[in-house]
Design a protein around this ligand. Sequence first.
Ligand code: DOR
Ligand code: ZN
Length: 347
Amino acid sequence: MTSFLTLTRPDDWHVHLRDGEGLAAVAGDTARQFGRAIVMPNLKPPVVSVAQAVAYRERILSALPGDSGFVPLMTLYLTEATLPAEIERARRSGCVYGVKYYPAGATTHSEAGVRDLSRCHETLRALEDLGLPLLVHGEVTDPSVDVFDRERVFIERHLIPLVQRFPRLKLVLEHITTASAVKFVLAAGNTVAATVTPHHLLYNRNALFQGGIRPHVYCLPVLKREEHRQALVRAATSGNPKFFLGTDSAPHARSTKENACGCAGIYSAHAAIELYAEAFEAAGALDRLEGFASHFGPDFYGLPRNTTSITLKRESWQVPETFPFGGDRLVPLRAGETLCWRLQESA
Ligand code: DOR
Ligand code: ZN
């Protein structure tokens, strides 16, 4: 049995680093394993301008030791007021790598998102022309649509027409959760890719109700049926470069998760690469982890692959029950449970 696994240093193509005390608490976990990360802009207020993205990038770097080597890849939050000129500024900035499309009301801090995408057509045309990717939270917000069908219906109603209208648009369907999403991505051209989270590879929706209601595995898009989890595992371990790593690690204070109206978001940055290794090993595909985690993301974004490496060791260790998180605590994925891979300290 393999007992060490060395990989080109991976990148996280979708993470929430938050701000202020939350940022200070979590940034080190992401920077310890990943060379770069696409940082979500759903702060309050959202990161809608290049100037805000540049300032947020500085706050992220200030939260890390000077020699961390970590590179935050910033994103802008698309609103119906985002102008093509801001997209041009973003392209020129050298620090913004994507524009995030949240359907208004779909998830945490998405109120400022897009209600009617036709109002953004000129801006989308600018993205397409400049080769800047659109990063999509793919769920309809129509309350008459079942929560578990929101991704599939979004693809049918919005995504298929979108890629027809903008065939050269680079698009990442983020944190995919269904066989429908896998099918859509496979059928689309090379301009379309998807990220897959560790939790959607490891859990199905039963986890939400294991012996009682489990707020710490509640996220959006919500976990789906086992057949969907299996479709995601097949896609992620297939070696197809359209599918790559994006943790969607999304920390929330314990008091806001263990709540009558608990927030959506799973914290996985404390052990992300270990969790992916576990999922790939369970599928008999450890040899495919490096492509998924370290090669396909930079290839899609047109960036060089990292030149340093990380090593995982087969070693049992227990995940802490909680971590400090500002004045509260953060409950990580697998709190108190044992993991079988462990990231080695970098030299
Ligand atoms: O579970 C989620 N949490 N899904 C999202 O789309 C947003 C995220 C967050 O920011 O907490
Ligand atoms: Zn997210």
